[in-house]
Design a protein around this ligand. Structure first.
Ligand code: FAD
Length: 434
């Protein structure tokens, strides 16, 4: 079947199979020379695509154990984050790190070592994984943790499925008193103001900013900073609010994207004005997963799909590099429907994406102009020794990725030891020779 990531680019014909029981993994490995595990396909590019065999993990979505006293959950890797929340929250527990969608699997969260709005305080998802069970190239299944098979454990966090198939994991959840979030919205009239606000609110548990990429002059880099804390007990008095249904849907793909510099400029102006500064109580769905309210929103970018360009620039040059990237985006007028800024804390080893500094996320409809523009962004990123997020990537040049991930050779060396025949492969790993 034709498969793609969430960006719908590239689409590749893949042989597929559904793993229904983790006990079947030995037989699957015996029957297939190479494969890649696929969670819920929410990575944007080519990380979960293998033409020879793409193994769907969604059939393995059971709880193995849930200790409601300690908040340690042991579940299969194909479990959706949304299902985990549905079971854990009524018992007073919430996932320690969540991305901008709840329609991802536990395996996908680990393999991309996902970061949330609290990375500066709580690190990435991997930090909260106590242990995991990994099916390896030789057909054996091993336990990995910070005390057992530690190299393989570290390489699996952010390893994009290339160390093996994650079958299940034990995760330490966060204790919460309600389903609500105390949210604060602060408007920043310029990039300088926005960066100052990030520093001022460093102690906030959750922080993220939206940036108007097309604003010019003194308004360049203006944005909205969104802060959040888990609300105290009783915030959802009257009973926890009902789960939000997906009210809106983009029913079919549009032949061409309606998004262009003018429509985005209008949207940004309206959005900037609509965000009323101040405090409010928000349901976790609205705070963490606003895009999930619109089913299939990825279709809005048209038949050719879109590229999400997410990079991080670390060290003392983070602010300067971010400014250069945003100036280029403004000048190229490719627009970006979604421009999100986060401040990350220190990261993990190997291919895990986060490192201390600002990360910016930009969406561009696929076109030849976009591809040319992205090469210019790559050049700036290379200058600042920045890093591309592999879970979003569909086209980055190998040299840029190699430069951004200093541990890449160590990862390749470990791969040669544990998977000498390269049985775990994806379109991404072939493209980047991982
Ligand atoms: C709207 C939206 C918002 C997002 N926001 C964020 C964010 O804030 N922060 C962030 O970090 N990411 C974010 N992401 C990216 C997303 O969290 C990651 O790409 C995540 O990996 C997707 O999980 P999945 O289950 O869909 O995995 P897939 O996309 O199917 O696979 C992703 C990778 O995980 C591997 N994998 C999946 N399951 C297994 C397994 N069982 N064993 C081994 N490898 C496996 C695949 O091989 C692949 O390399 C966002 C994505 C979307 C669509």
């Amino acid at each position: 079947m034709m498969l793609s990531g969430w960006g719908r680019y590239p689409a590749i014909a893949c042989r597929t199979q559904v793993l229904r029981d983790t006990d079947e993994i030995g037989a699957v490995l015996a029957q297939n020379a190479c494969l890649i595990a696929r969670g819920n396909g929410r990575s944007y590019g080519d990380a979960a695509l293998n033409p020879d065999k793409t193994l769907f993990m969604g059939g393995c979505d059971r709880f193995r154990e849930f200790n409601a006293e300690t908040g340690i959950v042991d579940c299969e890797a194909g479990m959706l984050l949304s299902d985990l929340i549905d079971v854990a929250l009524p018992r007073g527990w919430f996932p320690p790190v969540v991305p901008g969608t709840k329609f991802v699997t536990i395996g996908g969260l680990i393999a991309a070592d996902v970061h949330g709005k609290n990375h500066h305080r709580d690190g990435s998802f991997g930090r909260h994984v106590e242990s995991l069970r990994l099916a390896m190239a030789g057909g054996t299944t091993v336990n990995c943790s910070r005390t057992e098979n530690t190299e393989i454990f570290d390489a699996t966090l952010g390893g994009m499925g290339l160390t093996g198939v994650i079958l299940s994991a034990k995760i330490r959840m966060r204790s919460v008193a309600s389903a609500m979030i105390d949210e604060t919205i602060v408007r920043a009239p310029s990039l300088d103001a926005l960066l100052a606000l990030f520093n001022e609110h460093h102690a906030a548990t959750y922080s993220v900013a939206w940036i108007d990429c097309l604003a010019e002059g003194e308004q360049f880099g203006r944005g909205i900073l969104i802060l959040g804390e888990h609300a105290a007990k009783g915030a959802d008095a009257g009973g926890p609010r009902k789960k939000r249904a997906q009210r809106l849907s983009v029913p079919f793909e549009l032949p061409l994207s309606p998004l262009n510099a003018w429509s985005i400029k209008l949207f940004n102006e309206l959005y900037y004005r609509a965000q009323k500064p101040g405090a409010r109580l928000s349901h976790y769905d609205d705070f963490f997963f606003p895009l999930d309210a619109v089913a299939n929103w990825n279709r809005i970018y048209g038949r050719r799909g879109f590229i999400q360009y997410q990079c991080v620039i670390g060290g003392g040059q983070s602010e300067q590099g971010l400014r250069r990237i945003l100036e280029l985006v403004r000048d190229m007028r490719l627009g970006s429907f979604l421009a999100v800024l986060k401040k990350l804390g220190p990261g993990n080893r190997f291919l895990s994406f986060p490192m201390e500094g600002y990360t910016v996320t930009l969406d561009f409809p696929v076109s030849s102009a976009t591809m040319d523009g992205l090469k210019k962004l790559d050049a700036v990123l290379a200058e600042y020794r920045g890093r591309i997020y592999l879970a979003k990537d569909a086209r980055a040049p190998r040299e840029l990725v190699e430069q951004g991930y200093p541990d890449i050779e160590a990862f390749r060396k470990l791969r040669r030891t544990i998977d000498p025949d390269r049985r775990f492969r994806s379109a991404l790993s072939d493209r980047l020779d991982l």
